[in-house]
Design a protein around this ligand. Structure first.
Ligand SMILES: Nc1nc2[nH]c(SCC(=O)O)nc2c(=O)[nH]1
Length: 277
């Protein structure tokens, strides 16, 4: 299934790597390194050279406990970087935002995907996403970053995550967003215990049957630290394991910090899947 990302067509039947470009001072693993547009462009260029099909630009940290940022701060962080990358590089610029005005502005500046961890939950976000004409990733989160990890609870995490995402799909499709512009994401680490995250990973293919491309982000997250005991900058092997599992289970986009390493892991999965039986 070919999806059009602001003029760049990509086959969602394949697994693509998205490089993370946090332009926030407090992101948990690379906070503050890429705040200047020229430095951000250099990092984006490097990730594209390593095989990233997407670069995800986020101006508001959504780590547990993160404080919201003002509209102007988010615009000031994100817009110059989106404009520069969209102009200079042949890559889909994804914008990690829940803010309607940021969606509209960055779409004008050449963004190709809206990546909203709040599934267009903020006032005006559905309308802004529809008006932007861009594809949207709808992600599940229980609670808000300020409290989501306090006491995550589910009767059945996959059933509840699926129900939430399908409800959001109904809302955004009714508002005019075509089905072929929707991606779904279970939201690893967003209001989930380690057990919930593992249960979602184990049955990720069940999310696929909803009929939308799957987006997965687990890179360097605390779930990997809980399993391995590794610090945030030593979680690459565990991250590659999740990337491989997700690719095997049909994920279309993997959001990661470590691009070439993940590209290679995906190449192994694709090579195996491509060989005649
Ligand atoms: N769609 C999507 N967007 C994201 N943005 C972040 S920011 C927090 C972090 O990188 O730990 N995570 C995700 C994710 O899992 N899915």
């Amino acid at each position: 299934m070919i999806m059009d990302f602001g003029g760049r067509a990509l086959d969602m039947g394949r697994c693509h790597v998205m490089g993370i470009l946090n332009v926030t001072p407090d992101s948990f693993s690379d906070g503050g390194r890429f705040n200047r547009p020229d430095i951000a462009l250099m990092h984006a260029r490097e990730m594209v050279a390593q095989g990233a099909a997407f670069v995800d630009v986020g101006g508001e940290s959504t780590r547990p406990g993160a404080a919201p940022v003002s509209l102007q701060v988010e615009l000031d962080r994100v817009c110059p970087v989106v404009e520069l990358i969209a102009r200079e590089l042949d890559v889909v610029v994804s914008v990690d935002t829940s803010t309607p005005e940021v969606m509209i502005e960055t779409a004008k500046l050449g963004a190709g995907l809206i990546n909203d961890v709040r599934a267009l939950g903020r006032d005006g976000a559905v309308e802004a996403a529809v008006a932007s004409g861009l594809p949207v990733c709808l992600m599940h989160m229980q609670g808000q970053p300020t409290d989501m990890q306090d006491r995550p609870q589910y009767q059945s995490v996959m059933r509840e995550v699926s129900a939430f995402l399908m409800d959001r799909v109904r809302v955004v499709e009714a508002a005019g967003l075509p089905a072929e512009k929707i991606l779904l994401d279970p939201g690893f680490g967003f209001g989930k215990t380690l057990e919930h995250n593992l249960q979602l990973l184990a049955v990720l293919d069940r999310l696929k049957v909803l009929g939308y491309p799957l987006f997965v982000g687990a890179s360097r997250k605390s779930m990997l630290g809980q399993i391995t005991g590794r610090d945030v900058n030593e979680r690459l092997p565990a991250g590659l394991a999740v990337a491989t599992i997700a690719a095997l289970k049909g994920a279309s986009i993997l959001r990661v910090h470590d691009v070439w390493e993940t590209v290679d892991a995906v190449k192994v999965v694709s090579a195996m899947e491509g060989v005649g039986q």
